[in-house]
Ligand binder design. Sequence first.
Ligand code: IFM
Length: 485
Amino acid sequence: MTDSDLSPAPVTPREPDTQTLGESAADLGFPDGFLWGAATAAYQVEGAVAEDGRGPSIWDTFSHTPGKVLGGDTGDVAVEHYHRYRSDVALMAELGLTAYRFSVAWPRVQPDGRGAINQAGLDFYRRLVDELLEHNIEPWLTLYHWDLPQPLEDAGGWPVRDTAERFAEYAAVVHDALGDRVKAWTTLNEPWCSAFLGYASGDHAPGRRDAASAVRAAHHLLLGHGLATQAMRAAGRDTQIGITLNLYAISAASDDPADVDAARRIDGIQNRLFLDAVLRGRYPADVLADFSTVTDLDHIRDGDLAIIGTPLDMLGINYYTRHVVAGPADPPSTAPAPWPGSEWVRFVSSGRPVTAMGWEIDSDGLLEVLRRVYAEYPTIPLYITENGAAFDDEVTSEGTVEDQDRIAYLDAHLTACHQAITSGVPLKGYFAWSLLDNFEWAWGYSKRFGLVYVDYLTQRRIPKASARWYAGVIARNGLVTSSED
Ligand code: IFM
């Protein structure tokens, strides 16, 4: 392994981006052309898991394994987006969305994860994309949002190198089919989750608990990203290619050296591992040193980092919360955790209010993340590809959902986006997570993130107060700070 540069990369000071903030009815106007979207992911919304030739994914297997998902919930039906996509797109148009971020289910396109293409699966996405374009909604396509074809997991999954090659093959297939009409392409969504929740803590599919496998999975996901980027670029089309990372603001609980080191570890594995790899073509030396306590690094071959660092057109950032961390408990924790070396770390509360996920609400953290990425990494257009909150929504006797807590969350985070743009960060768009209430992975249907409420018995959609509020933001291209909003 010779690719990782052990010295810290220099930070290049630069002039602020020159986006001009628009004139609008808003107090905090966003730049003209700012993209206003909402996001979903295939397994969370589509349902129809056995239709039109779709094969099983690791999430089908995992959710059907007793004890893995709260309440035994599965994505078998989800919110029937596969069948209801037309009315869902009409709903998007009513809200005024200018972009829709969705993912393609790999096992719909290649049920075996390799070789033969299932045309019926591809056709669904072509119909969805055409419907979006007819409504002037820009399709934002993510190739991998966690639903690995089960046959590839049976062959070793992301810890084996071949999966990266298979991903690039699949990416080229989808890009060939849809690259004429989809301009914005994301390779992976949140590879941290795929690697460390999937293979270290076992909270996500495929549910393995082996830190060494997780470290290997992280590298092969990134390699798959790089190979897929190169394969799509080779087609010579005018598509924009990026990746979506889940980034966190990280604070040490105090300046005690053990707390500071805990913050270094978590920042390393959550943020720098992925940012450095894709934007600098290197791994942070301290993270590799942490990893070498759980596995050798023989799986990282010469040349891999150059592939992983293939230049991108944009970076997607998913932001939800800040982690406040302290040094180890006494005695150190031995519970399964997604962070190799987690025995050195404790997550502590800072006392901020939390969402229904128990995640602390910290919009300053979003500003911090945006400014940090802009300051420390090569200039690249940034998009918030997910941001939002689960709350315990209820339908009133009038049939409405008055989710003022979600409005406050979105308002605060969009204010942070506006501040970032004002200080020169090249932020070009924002996607709320999520368009619809949906299958929240190991939490099943118990957590509602949608702008639109879904009655899971009838599949009726009820736009929440936050949806109406967001529609107003889009119409004004900005936020109003007066109490009338
Ligand atoms: O629902 C998920 C999504 O699939 C990935 N990002 C975080 C969301 C909320 O947990």
